[in-house]
Write a protein of this length. Sequence first.
Length: 141
Amino acid sequence: MKMSKESYQILIAEDSAITRAFLVSALENLSSRLNVIEVSSGFEALRQLPRSRFDLIITDINMPDINGLELIGFIRNNPGYAHIPLIVVTTEGSPRDREKGMALGADEYLVKPIDSAQFQELIRKYLNLDAQGLSGPGSKS
């Protein structure tokens, strides 16, 4: 049986403080074993990548300097990071935008406003939380 991890590192790259706060709140309500690093640009996200072993990355598309699509492209083309699940959370909801994000390597593409329960289900899925008994306060398991 696989040993459960003590904690999971999640990187959120989102320039909207309100959206970041929403995402962090949803994550905190899911499990106390999720450590979240918040950045407000793609450039800051790139600076964080070598500083920690991230288990999941959540990114917006529209950000200053390096946008989310460029960030996804960099991560997917770097063998050290290519395995990390990537969830896009964005206002860009056209089928063309979605196709582009998925083609670059996003695992999920959520259009704002996002549903907290749906978001938490995706986090459970990609981190395998319920299977490892990491459900925290506020979870419905």
